[in-house]
Design a protein around this ligand. Structure first.
Ligand code: NAP
Ligand code: SF4
Length: 687
């Protein structure tokens, strides 16, 4: 049994003792935005508190309101100047009145019932507010929001400070153990701190010290309003990763002044949302940013929390054991597995469902204003709706196909107490996931397969590898779940059977090693992944940072430096027939990074392509009416998939009862692991 004693040891923050050093960081779920969803939000937090986490931070709540859709004014201050708008979007979550505070008691009580502690996060969106009436330090538009902000007047800045303090007091009345002030990721407080966004000439702008006045005053006033026995946590930006951000000297000075003003504990963050360096997605190496936390720690007299790309108890424990931080924040890993802490504490760390940092169920949903959930745990955010309750029926269940859909169905059904047999034609579990994990930057996907393999073992599921199930094999089962997955679609291109033409599974599983020049047909998620696979070479953490232009904040302002050019392994052409920009498919929070990676690797992106033929000369194409030949060694076909459902059709035709079809076998187009795993869980819940 691995020892996680550093991570699991108690710690005192201000006057509050936490049972361990695991923080569930803030994640906006979308359930915060409507009071009628608060019972669902309470259940979501309660499950994590029950799972043993020491401290929870809620999603973002504005200290004053969004205005564009708010016809009659709102708070007193809003009516006075009409522009104090802090919410992320009109009617976004806020903490501005007694009724809201009263309603939040359901959350705090749910967490306290399981001996957890919880902070309300206060976040003023500033120029990231999705409303034409958003505000900032200066009227400078963000590159990621179409709306130019209004500059707050000198008096309005002061009112905003008071609004933070009032919101903190409302949080206290709601029973929260404290507040986290979001001072990072490019939101309003950052906008005051950086010369990039603060060009004011009043007392809130000018020198770095004057720019620091805003957060320092917020903390000082919060303390006045809430007294000393209430946790005040401040999320500080260690690296802004934008031009004209703060430098290290300023960050240290800010932290010291905030501590003096009343901060009990610092949480940390990396990068503004508009930064063009990925900070948390799968391709960011684990623990990539901890060196910055470790550098700030000796400057402080209060605890500091490490965050970003920490997703295993081993790494979290090591960070504390080596003195790099006092606590570790893991937001997404606690979505992926609410039992993370209890499993680590009871020798079951090998059964933790690890967050693979894909963002597909959580942040991509949050930014699309959908309810956040989790690709590997579809119950996240749906605790009261997707219930895997125990069942007394003695049904025997067969699951055919061990890709993400089948694995999820088998494990979920077994968790309910059903007797499950899993059939898999090949000699290993994983299906398309096994291919995805070969892609550089998607190595974490291996952990999902490890998790499923271990859960199958623990739950006593009979696994029959190398077995192509037949109707006769399945006759004895009460229910049969068909999850036979997909096969690559072979497009009708002349010469598709030429030796130069290869399928993406053969490339990713290593059966074919492509030559130095490669064309990729199809620029969906898989075409992009394959292009990265073909061009990428191994890199250390230092090389990764150099390729993305991450510098040393003591030398480079904002932690940004000139990116170092990559040396791609191959010359690759990524092609599609559509005329839309290439690589727009993958999620909002990661797609831009994939596109940037392709650019860094010199991949030629060509859209509006007509495929003419493949022959010894290479791939013949026509673009804009002009024919040309790509003189390539191989052509990798990534032109989508078709469902494999022969078995389903045979059984269905034979009138087999209790038959279910899920995953890619059900619908191949647009299918991804998020839908597959969700379908697997849902079918098991309904058995
Ligand atoms: P996809 O996203 O549907 O892309 C298939 C590509 O093939 C399209 O770009 C299409 O572009 C092209 N195509 C289709 N029919 C063709 C034909 N007859 N001839 C030539 N080209 C053709 O499918 P995928 O890339 O296989 O991905 C499968 C699923 O996995 C998707 O749902 C995807 O979102 C998911 N996935 C996600 C990620 C991620 O990082 N989030 C990564 C991998 C996969 P044109 O028609 O314009 O040529
Ligand atoms: Fe992690 Fe992906 Fe789940 Fe988000 S959706 S919590 S990134 S595994």
């Amino acid at each position: 049994m691995t020892d996680y004693s550093h991570l699991l040891s108690p710690i005192t923050i201000g006057s509050t003792t936490l049972r361990n050093r695991v923080v569930m960081g803030s994640m906006h779920t979308g359930l915060e935005d409507h009071f009628w969803d608060l019972p669902k939000l309470s259940a979501y937090f309660a499950e994590r508190a029950k799972g043993g986490v020491g401290l929870i931070v809620t999603g973002a709540h504005a200290p004053n309101l969004a205005g564009a859709m708010w016809p009659f004014g709102s708070t007193k201050t809003d009516r006075m100047n009409g522009i104090l708008r802090g919410a992320l979007w009109p009617f976004g979550s806020s903490m501005t009145n007694g009724l809201q505070s009263f309603r939040h008691r359901t959350i705090t009580e749910a967490v306290h019932n399981h001996d957890g502690r919880i902070l309300l996060q206060l976040l003023h969106s500033g120029r990231y507010g999705y409303t034409p009436k958003n505000v900032s330090a200066s009227a400078i538009k963000s590159p990621i929001n179409p709306f130019t902000p209004h500059a707050l007047s000198t008096r309005a800045v002061d009112w905003t400070v008071t609004d933070f303090a009032k919101a903190a007091r409302l949080a206290q009345k709601a029973g929260y153990d404290g507040v986290e002030i979001m001072g990072a990721e490019g939101y309003l407080i950052n906008q005051f701190l950086a010369a990039r966004t603060n060009q004011r000439t009043d007392k809130w702008g000018g020198s770095p010290q004057q720019r620091m006045r805003f957060p320092v005053e917020i903390i000082r006033r919060i303390r006045e309003y809430v007294g000393k026995d209430f946790i005040v946590q401040y999320r500080i930006s260690l690296l802004d990763l934008v031009e004209n951000g703060q430098n290290w000297e300023e960050t240290v000075e800010l932290a010291k002044r905030l501590e003096e003003a009343g901060v009990d504990v610092f949480n940390t963050a990396i990068g503004w949302h508009e930064a063009r360096v990925p900070t948390i997605i799968t391709q960011v190496p684990r623990g990539a940013w901890v060196d910055n936390t470790a550098r700030l720690r000796p400057e402080l007299g209060v605890p500091i929390i490490a965050s970003n790309r920490i997703n295993t108890p081993e790494l979290a424990n090591q960070i504390i054991a080596t003195g790099q931080a006092d606590m570790v924040s893991m937001a997404r890993p606690l979505l992926a597995d609410p039992e993370f802490v209890n499993k680590a504490a009871t020798g079951r760390a090998d059964q933790i469902n690890i967050c693979i940092a894909c963002n597909q169920g959580c942040l991509d949903h949050a930014f699309a204003k959908q309810r956040s959930t989790c690709l590997v745990n579809p119950r996240a955010g749906y605790e009261t709706e997707l219930i895997l309750g125990p069942t007394r029926t003695k049904k025997r269940i067969a699951v055919v196909g061990a890709g993400p859909a089948g694995l999820s169905a088998a494990v979920s059904a077994a968790e309910r107490g059903l007797h499950v047999t899993l059939f898999e034609k090949s000699n290993e579990l994983g299906g398309q996931f096994r291919l995805a994990m070969q892609v550089p930057g998607k190595e974490d996907f291996k952990d999902t397969l490890k998790y499923y393999a271990r859960r199958l073992e623990v739950l006593g599921v009979t696994v029959r590898l190398n077995t192509e199930a037949t109707g006769a094999d399945l006759a004895e089962f009460d229910d049969v779940i068909i999850s036979t997955g997909v096969a690559p679609h072979v497009p009708p291109i002349e010469g598709f059977d030429h030796p130069k033409a290869v399928s993406y599974p053969d490339v990713l599983n290593g059966s074919v090693i492509p030559g130095r020049k490669v064309a990729v047909i199809g620029a969906g998620g898989i075409g992009v992944d394959v292009s990265i696979f073909l061009t990428h070479s191994e890199e250390t953490l230092e090389e990764w940072k150099a390729h993305w232009g991450v510098g040393d904040p003591r030398i480079d302002r904002g932690g940004l430096t000139e990116p170092k050019a990559r040396t791609p392994e191959r010359e690759v052409w990524l092609l599609q027939r559509k005329t839309t920009p290439i690589g727009n498919g993958p999620g909002k929070t990661s797609g831009w990074a994939h596109r940037a990676h392709l650019k860094q690797s010199g991949v030629h992106l060509v859209n509006g392509v007509q495929y003419d033929r493949i022959d010894d000369a290479g791939l013949h194409i026509t673009v804009d009416g002009e024919s040309r030949v790509l003189d390539v060694d191989h052509v990798v076909i990534c032109a989508g998939q078709r469902s494999v459902r022969d078995l389903y059709e045979t059984l269905d035709t034979a009138g087999r009862r209790g038959l279910h079809l899920i995953g890619g076998a059900n619908v191949a187009a647009e299918l991804d692991a998020k839908h597959a795993i969700r379908q697997g869980t849902e079918v098991a819940a309904a058995l």
